[in-house]
Write a protein that binds this ligand. Sequence first.
Ligand code: ADP
Ligand code: MG
Length: 389
Amino acid sequence: MSSNVAVPQPRDATHAAPVRSAPAAVQTKAHIEVRDVVAAYGEKVAVHGVSVTVADDEHLSLLGPSGCGKSTLLRCIAGLETPVSGEIVIDGEVVFSSARGINLPPEKRRLSMVFQSYAIWPHMTVFENVAYGLRVQRVRGQELRDRVHTALKMVGMEELAQRPATALSGGQQQRVALARAYAPSPKAILLDEPLSNLDARLRSQMRDDLKDLQKRTKLSTIYVTHDQEEAMAMSDRIIVMRQGRIEQEAKPLVIYERPRTRFVADFIGAANVLSGTLVSADPAGPVIRVGSTEMRCAPVAEIPPPTDGGHLIAIRTVYPELLPAGTPGAVNQWPATVASRILLGDIVRYGVEFAGGSLHVQTTPKTLVEQGGEVTLSIPPEHVVLLAG
Ligand code: ADP
Ligand code: MG
């Protein structure tokens, strides 16, 4: 660890040890474990029996469209909402269990939360905002000053410690909110769309800074966002949610390259979704009849059942290649016509027609093809993903 990483660690010896020996303690390797949590607002069920685990120091994202239950789930973990049923374990301690009637209040869970609205206290200085949580923990004197300055330094705000919180820009306020969240050595940090109120340029700057902060601090985090780029950039693992349920859970690249469902293929990145009928059910490379041709897919663990519209396959727009017309044949290679072309600068968008139908293709301007041009369309089978519905 380099010397500038003076960040208080979650299991700082100066604080009470986690309650491992309490009667409610369970053996678990997961740092946070959510088991079968159902949450509702009156009749409206917002989370339908979701289970999630977060490992020590893991950075997990909950990603999904507005209203899919991300905030509700996060607030259940924080103790700000009470689930209807299920169990939540943090660092070996059961903090919620409907079966056992356990429901620890938020302050006993030792988690820090950062919201979209910075929610820093306007009547206090930057220093006092960050000191607040430490004072609650009865940290005083030199230790208090040191830890506040460490946290402020971590977010590049140590120069502004004495400034009133109202005299800060949005980006600075969110930095203070982050420092305040990290300062009391929480067991985990929960972030709910923390960058959504910032303008685009600042957002991408803060995203990089936050990622850097995560790397330096070694703290489990759950990051809620509807922004796929943020989730891809920030996380070790992404949970894609839809209508209160988990749609897919995997590392970012797997979510991108192997979307499980049409919803994930559409929500993350840009993909073509084609439908067809199964010709060969060889899991090592299933073949689907699409339009008037056959297409070989990437290997699958098992062939999913067809949807009403047949078997669906996803092809990310960046993977098909446009080769010169007449390129000698190989697997998944067809004569094709460029029906449309839009030059956007760094990328070029093509509409391509071939025996399987129409396809959107994105390339760089390195090799340009004219509208109306004849090409050979080549789609490596590993980039043809058979979807489960
Ligand atoms: P997300 O954070 O993914 O946008 P939420 O967890 O905020 O989703 O909301 C999930 C569902 O619960 C939505 O249908 C939303 O309208 C509903 N909901 C959220 N908060 C409340 C509330 N306080 N009262 C009633 N319904 C709510
Ligand atoms: Mg939300």
